[in-house]
Ligand binder design. Sequence first.
Ligand code: DGL
Length: 268
Amino acid sequence: MEIDNRPIGVFDSGVGGLTVVREIFGQLPDEEIVYFGDTGRAPYGNMDTEEIRAFVRQICGFLVDERDVKAIVIACNTIDALCRDELTEAYDSLPIVGVIEPGCMAALTALSVGLMATQASVDSGAHEKTFRSQGGNQPFYAVACPTLAKLVEDGGMGKPEALEEVSRYVGQVLEKEVDTLILGCTHYPILIPEIEKAAGGKLRIVNPAIATAASLKNILELRGIKRDGHLKPPRHEFVLSKASDAFGTICIAMFDNYVPDISIHILG
Ligand code: DGL
């Protein structure tokens, strides 16, 4: 079996990508991760496409040129929707895994699908296009949730306002009588307690992070580039463009029984 001991680069506009990191920790416990969260500029979801593309070029330049990652995980639906083609072209020798395709595949058995995502993701139509390209022909309803990523970045999860905000968007999904809801923004799994409460058991909730980690695992195995499992336990590096209170809270919630070895660097 071939091996590659270099880290995996995972990035998001902010703290949402930690929901994907959690699943990678669970499914690929020997791998090392360099996580970049652009907390200084998040949320991206209401920004102009060219601005997002410029930020993403900087982040991937850092991951590839300064950290020599062996694969990239776009742990952000908005970036996956808007920058995927550019990244595939720029880094054609690197495996790139996004969250949209695995998330849509996980919803293919639905009777009808609801999607909650950022305004930019919904405007791009990327989720529905991907769902259709995988053979999904069920009704598909997208609801833009322009305030939710910021709510999470500001550490609002668990507060009464969070349930109020979430209920507003979940209510729009329930009106469409769908049976399955894709969480089309990596920040939203942090709000699953609120989403489940608002849904009242009426929706199957798809967290694309689980299928994304499975897809990453598959690619590493196929290419023979997994890290050597006999090495000492992985040491992860988390880089944030600005200090974030929500980051600590989310890490505690996400990595409850598992205490990963993480070094944290704050750039701003
Ligand atoms: N976490 C991101 C996503 O999956 C983006 C949130 C944002 O920055 O607006 O879409």
